[in-house]
Design a protein around this ligand. Structure first.
Ligand SMILES: Cc1ncc(COP(=O)(O)O)c(N)n1
Length: 445
């Protein structure tokens, strides 16, 4: 992979964002720097352009040694650099994603006004895909972009300059992107993701370039790049005093946390299967422990046993393997609890008799319906992943959720915990005398 663009001293955008993206997606990134920006999360303080010769020398060193699958351009600074880059890409027949960077999100001009026409005349005709935001689409097409109709109009204008495809990014509208290939336009809608967004445009175009290099169609590359950019936005880090940079490695961290969840569940179920003391507390035909990744938002982020736990003779036995995305009740309890307290990532369903022991331990017991009410008004996940898994104490844990059941679903108690294995430890600490006893007086509930 090759990125041709500016260096961002703050490490959020430009070639720094591009190389991090290539690397997370398993590709080797090379770079030809066009300008050095003195930049941070507050804005661009200064720009020091390299000469066209210095840019050409980097490009020649790269193509002499590496076979470049795809290139992308970002900040090109001047008409002379645009010409140098166009000459080199054309001579070496390198497919191109052109991110027509004109201004930094936090303010600061990155392309000289006279270089816009060089971009249109020299580089757009070489581009496989051009990825303007609405302001860049306006500058390239001369069409005001305020909605999807005008975005399509502008995209057609950019296509008429010779680009094979255009993606007008709708982050400054309702987050719907417009993809135009030949004469066909496709809308790629998205929810708005809260997060700091310095470097999102660079990250999107670098991911798009990567997915094209990996062999995706333009439609799939665009969809995958959008998901990648969204996860980088969700995982953005609060560093610096201004607009924090997006976090390209967030996608990897999410995948790694899925593995950690499976390992923790394995430990927990193993303990349950081998513990005769806990047998009485386990619900007959219950779901067993379930656990979510940090920042979980949907059932696909929660893992549990496919067939739950069953009692056979004097033993608890698992049924099936662990799976993310089961729609167990435990998963919905966890997702609701995490809206109140992001640390409440695990739950296990127990026999109603566990209620007395929980009371004796002094655990707060929340009614299931109340949990859902609290979740509806609860705190949202606005923090980065790092803060979710570490940091301040828990707002909810340890706690139990009482579910009185409905016809066909027996009453049960959910114990909530930070992890499945910690839950089993908590279970083992419940006062045994009460836990083992039969709950005689229902009115105590
Ligand atoms: C060197 C360089 N290249 C590109 C951008 C655009 O990124 P953003 O729009 O997120 O500021 C930037 N700020 N700096």
């Amino acid at each position: 992979m090759l990125t041709i663009g500016g260096s961002d001293s703050g490490g959020g955008a430009g070639i720094q964002a591009d190389i991090k993206t290539f690397s997370v997606l398993g590709l080797h990134g090379t770079s030809a720097i066009t300008a050095i920006t003195a930049q941070n999360t507050l804005g661009v303080q200064n720009v020091y352009a390299l000469s066209p010769e210095e840019v050409r020398a980097q490009l020649e060193s790269i193509t002499e040694d590496f076979s470049i699958a795809w290139a992308k351009t970002g900040m090109l600074h001047s008409a002379q650099i645009v010409d140098t880059v166009a000459d080199h890409l054309q001579a070496n027949d390198i497919p191109l994603v052109l991110d027509p960077v004109i201004e930094a999100e936090a303010g600061g001009r990155l392309l000289r006004p006279d270089a816009v026409s060089a971009l249109k005349e020299r580089l757009i005709p070489l581009a496989g895909v051009v990825t303007p935001n609405i302001f860049e689409a306006e500058a390239l097409s001369g069409i005001r972009v305020r909605d999807m109709d005008s975005a399509a109009h502008a995209a057609r204008g950019i296509m008429s300059l010779g680009a094979q495809a255009v993606i007008v990014k709708g982050g400054h509208l309702d987050c719907t992107d417009l993809l135009m290939v030949r004469n066909k336009s496709t809308l790629l809608p998205s929810e708005r993701i809260p997060g700091e967004n310095h470097g999102i445009g660079c990250t999107f175009s670098a991911a798009l370039t990567s997915f094209l290099a990996l062999g995706c169609s333009i439609e799939n590359a665009a969809l995958n790049a959008k998901e990648f950019a969204k996860s980088a936005l969700r995982g953005s880090l609060r560093v610096g005093k201004g607009v924090g940079p997006v976090n390209q490695s967030a996608a990897l961290r999410v995948e790694a946390s899925r593995y950690r969840v499976l390992c923790d569940l394995e430990v927990a179920v193993d303990l349950l299967e081998n513990s005769h003391e806990l047998f009485d507390l386990m619900l007959k035909g219950g779901a067993g422990p379930a656990m979510a990744i940090p920042g979980a938002r949907c059932p696909e982020d929660v893992a549990a046993l496919e067939g739950g736990l069953t009692k056979i003779e004097e033993r608890v036995c698992r049924f099936g393997g662990f799976r993310f995305g089961g729609r167990s009740d435990s998963a919905s309890v966890i997702l609701a609890a995490m809206k109140i307290d992001p640390l409440a990532k695990a739950a296990i369903d127990l026999e109603p008799k566990a209620l007395l022991s929980c009371r004796e331990l002094g655990l707060p017991i929340i009614d299931r319906a109340r949990l859902d009410e609290l979740a509806a008004i609860g705190q949202c996940h606005l923090k980065g992943e790092e803060e979710l898994s570490e940091g301040e104490g828990s707002a909810l844990l340890p706690a139990a959720i009482w579910d009185e059941g409905v016809l066909g679903k027996e009453p049960r108690l959910y114990l909530l915990g930070a992890s499945a294995s910690l839950l089993v430890e908590l279970l083992a600490s419940l006062p045994a005398s009460r836990a083992w006893g039969i709950l005689e007086d229902d009115s105590k509930i």
